[in-house]
Design a protein around this ligand. Structure first.
Ligand code: ADE
Length: 225
């Protein structure tokens, strides 16, 4: 998979996408992430990419021209399966969306700043609008990093133990059950006996029961879905 990102603060994306599982995905050749500085397509020599909004009001708007030029130039080399704009008024990101996107080949992510991007780019180029939650960040970069991480870790072959993504919270509309590691007795806090029983079928049932109970208590809305 190839993910391209348009940003005016590419430095924000350096660290989150170059460590841990994202680094592994890249090292295995399963994912490339290319961050493009939008100012490369600025409208003048001062690097302008934004302007005042029509109708007045505080806050700048990212202009059509640099975005259109950037998209067109990148599209000459590959066809994007989706052009995704990260924005708080987009559709809230869910595991199912990440699953679906992990099967694509080429994605373009657009990070907004200030008041956002000119509506006409949204209408004519953007194919998906994604929010990572009901709060406003100072730009789309951290949201893009969240999206790339959520997608990248489930690309087939990225995780060592393929099944570990299948047992994540949300994969089956359930939160994950509690987990424990050694020692079995820590300062008198004992792990549930069932986990020491060696009965894999019973353990699986117990885990499912725990996942269900946890979901009922914390996220009953998931069960309605
Ligand atoms: N840009 C600013 N806030 C955002 C959010 N919550 N989700 C996605 N992009 C954003």
């Amino acid at each position: 998979m190839h993910i391209h990102i348009l940003s005016i603060v590419p430095e924000l994306l350096d660290s989150p996408l170059n460590h841990s599982i994202m680094k592994r995905a890249k090292d295995k050749g399963l994912l490339t992430v290319t961050v493009h500085h939008l100012r490369k397509w600025a409208v003048n020599e001062y690097g302008q990419v934004d302007d005042y909004q029509y109708g007045g009001g505080a806050g700048m708007v990212m202009m059509c021209e640099p975005l259109e030029k950037a998209i067109n130039e990148l599209q000459q080399e590959r066809k994007f399966d989706e052009i995704i704009y990260l924005t708080p008024d987009g559709v809230t990101l869910k595991q199912q969306t990440a699953n679906r996107l992990s099967l694509k080949e080429n994605l373009l992510l657009i990070c907004g700043h200030y008041k956002g991007i000119d509506e006409r780019i949204r209408q004519h180029y953007v194919t998906m609008e994604i929010s990572i939650g009901d709060y406003v960040l100072s730009g789309g970069e951290l949201a893009a990093a969240v999206l790339v991480d959520a997608i990248g870790r489930i690309i087939p072959g990225v995780l060592n133990d393929e099944t570990s993504a299948l047992t994540d919270s949300f994969q089956d509309q359930l939160l994950a059950p509690p987990v424990y590691t050694r020692p079995a007795d820590y300062n008198g806090w004992k792990i549930p006996d069932i986990l020491l029983s060696g009965d894999l079928k019973k353990i699986e049932e117990w885990r499912h029961e725990q996942a269900l109970q946890r979901t009922k208590e914390r996220r009953p809305d998931l069960l309605d879905e």
